[in-house]
Each structure stands twice: as structure tokens, then as C-alpha cells.
Design a protein around this ligand. Structure first.
Ligand code: ACO
Length: 334
């Protein structure tokens, strides 16, 4: 990337709530079957936060682990970016709540709203501040408690989503390593394909909006599916082009975990073998902005990532939005 300093991911951390909601549980709640869910999506179970757990609680657990692995004190953070569509409050931001909880006194704090692409928007933003020398360490967290805004009477959505948090500490790495290319995009004309209709300034929460269940997620599944297949391919191609890397040199693809069939389309397009793709949606479902950082953290902990690997993170989501980055992995600080 252009800029004074090479920038990369120094460490990751993740947290998922204890409670497991299986397909067998959902069979008792809505008209669905384990067979339908597995064959159409690949999902077998998802995690659900406790009633008293809010997004900042999950974010705190993931952030602590990432900071410990990076050997960085919260006081050293210059900025905290939290990507979420399920903030604790409209304001103050979840990033401010996390800043206080961590004791990251000198960190600026802001939330990013780009749905499932939020983590990619967050790390891309963080990297600019570090590349130009303004900041040294930025914490980026993707966190969702989607179970709080899902209608568990709607089989079109309730089988898909789960709760979790993933964090990354972004900082300077050795020359030649770190982020090589970014691609971010949006098509606001598709906003209505995936939205939470009420609770904002367009339709403030009233008894009527609650009775009509407008505070829950609504989705046009097949439209989002087609969009997802298209942008996963184009965003991946763009970062490969920008970085000048042939597809044969991809060591690991960490895609957004929405649907196995969407990932499979990208895998076929780029000719990747199974060991080069991270999939954990069978255990967590779609955790929106938390999906990519949790998958990345698990891949690292399982020893699937080594110094110098070419890794692509790619995702899509509500907005509509999409994004990708290509990085040459090193956690060695410069
Ligand atoms: N169990 C049984 N049947 C179901 C279920 C269910 N859980 N959900 C839907 N169906 C039914 C539908 O009602 C429909 O029935 P009908 O034909 O009688 O009307 C039928 O299954 C087929 O529905 P389709 O939408 O055509 O099924 P499709 O193969 O497209 O799969 C799915 C649906 C899984 C939602 C798919 O479209 C998908 O994954 N889309 C992408 C969704 C996504 O990624 N969303 C997240 C975006 S990221 C973010 O920002 C949050």
C-alpha cells in the first residue's frame, strides 16, 4: 500500500457466547428441517448471547485476547474502531463503551456501520492512520448480538444468524509485509434488500412498529445471494490485480461466513483447494461483522497461517456493501 509505513495485523482474538442453538432446536421453533438448513446454507449451529450480554461485553472479551497476544497495553492504543449493526445504544458508540471498559484512555473511538463488511471497512480505515504515521496502534473489533434483532418466528432469517466478536490489533510491520491492497464498495440502491425497518429516525420505535415486528431484520434472501456471489468474485479479483498476485499464489481465503454455497462459488472461481479456505459457518452461522475476524483468529490458532502467507479477507453485506484486502502475513512489529 502507498504510505510511509508497512501496516499489518499484529494479533487477533475472538469470543463467542456459550449458549448453542442447533438446527434441531430451530425445528421446534419454526417450520424448518436440519436437512433444509444444512443443504441450503451449511449451518448446523450458532451461538446466542445471554440476555444480560450486550455487544460491548462480547467485544471486550475478544479485545482482551487480541491485546494480550500482541503484548500491547490498552493505554498504548491510539484508536478503537468497532464495526457493528447491533450496538449497545444508538449512542454513545460501542467503541466508546469499549474504550472505557479497557481503560484505553488515549484512544479515539468510533463505530463503523457497514453490516457484514464492517470489519473490512474498519481495518481499511485503521491502516490509513498507521500508514501515514498519525497512529501507532489501532484496535478493530467486529461484533454482533444479532439474536437481539432476529424474529425467531421468521424461518427466512432466524436459521442464518448468530452472535460473536472478533478483534485485531493493527500496527506497523516489516517492510514488504502487511496489507498489499484494499477494495471497498457500496451500492446504496440495494439497501432495502437487507434492513431493520424501525427503531431509527425514519420509523422511531412505537407500539405499532413493535406489533408489526418492524424492529427485526428483514431480508430478500435470493437477491442478496446473487449479489454476494458477484461481489465476492469481483472484490477478490480487484485485490489480486492491485497487488499483482496470480490466484495460484493465494495461501488462504477467509471469506464472510454467510452461506456455504456463496463461498463455494468463489472457491471454484479461484480454483482453491479445501485447505486454502476457512469455513466455520457450520458452528457459528452468519455473525455479520464478527464472521471474518473470528474465522481469521481460529485459522491462526489452528496453525493454518504462517509468516509470509498471502491471505485474502473478503466479504459483503447490508448497505449493500462489499470489501476485500490482500495481506502478506507477519505479526512481527516494526
Ligand atoms: N426452512 C425451510 N424452508 C425455508 C426456510 C427454512 N429455514 N427459509 C426459507 N424457506 C423456503 C422459502 O420460504 C421458499 O419457499 P417457497 O418456494 O415455497 O416460497 C423456499 O425455501 C426457497 O427459498 P429461496 O429463498 O429460493 O432459497 P435459497 O436457495 O435462495 O436459500 C437463503 C435461501 C439460504 C436465505 C439464501 O438465499 C441465502 O443464503 N441468501 C444470502 C443471505 C445472506 O447472505 N444474508 C446475509 C447478508 S450479510 C449481512 O449484512 C447481515
Amino acid at each position: 500500500m502507498t504510505g510511509t509505513h508497512a501496516v499489518g495485523i499484529l494479533a487477533t482474538g475472538s469470543y463467542t457466547p456459550e449458549r448453542v442453538l442447533t438446527n434441531a432446536d430451530l425445528e421446534k421453533m419454526v417450520e424448518t428441517t436440519d436437512e433444509w438448513i444444512v443443504s441450503r446454507t451449511g449451518i448446523r449451529e450458532r451461538r446466542i448471547s445471554a440476555p444480560e450480554q450486550a455487544s460491548s461485553d462480547l467485544a471486550y472479551e475478544a479485545a482482551k485476547k487480541a491485546l494480550a497476544k500482541a503484548k500491547i497495553a490498552p493505554e498504548d492504543l491510539d484508536m478503537i474502531i468497532v464495526a457493528t449493526v447491533t450496538p449497545d445504544y444508538s449512542f454513545p458508540s460501542t467503541a466508546c463503551l469499549l474504550q472505557s471498559r479497557l481503560g484505553a484512555a488515549k484512544a479515539a473511538a468510533l463505530d463503523v456501520s457497514a453490516a457484514c463488511t464492517g470489519f473490512l471497512y474498519g481495518i481499511t480505515t485503521a491502516a490509513q492512520f498507521i500508514a501515514n504515521g498519525m497512529y501507532r496502534y489501532v484496535l478493530v473489533v467486529g461484533v454482533e448480538t444479532l439474536s437481539k434483532i432476529i424474529n425467531y418466528e421468521d424461518r427466512n432469517t432466524c436459521v442464518l444468524f448468530g452472535d460473536g466478536a472478533g478483534a485485531a490489533v493493527i500496527g506497523r510491520v516489516k517492510e514488504g509485509y502487511g496489507f498489499k491492497a484494499f477494495d471497498l464498495g457500496a451500492d446504496g440502491s440495494g439497501g432495502e434488500l437487507l434492513l431493520q425497518p424501525a427503531g431509527g429516525s425514519r420509523k422511531p420505535a412505537t407500539q405499532e412498529t413493535i406489533d408489526q415486528k418492524l424492529h427485526f431484520v428483514q431480508m430478500s434472501g435470493s437477491e442478496v445471494f446473487k449479489f454476494a456471489v458477484r461481489v465476492m468474485n469481483s472484490a477478490t479479483e480487484k485485490v489480486l490485480d492491485k497487488a499483482g498476485l496470480p490466484k495460484e499464489e493465494i495461501d488462504l481465503l477467509v471469506p464472510h461466513q454467510a452461506n456455504y454455497r456463496i463461498i463455494d462459488a468463489a472457491v471454484k472461481r479461484f480454483g482453491l483447494s479445501d485447505d486454502k479456505v476457512v469455513i466455520n459457518l457450520d458452528r457459528y452461522g452468519n455473525m455479520s461483522s464478527a464472521s471474518i475476524p473470528v474465522a481469521l483468529d481460529e485459522a491462526f490458532e489452528e496453525g493454518r497461517i504462517k509468516e509470509g502467507d498471502n491471505i485474502i479477507l473478503v466479504g459483503f453485506g447490508g448497505g449493500l456493501t462489499w470489501g476485500a484486502t490482500l495481506l502478506k502475513w507477519s505479526t512481527e512489529q516494526a
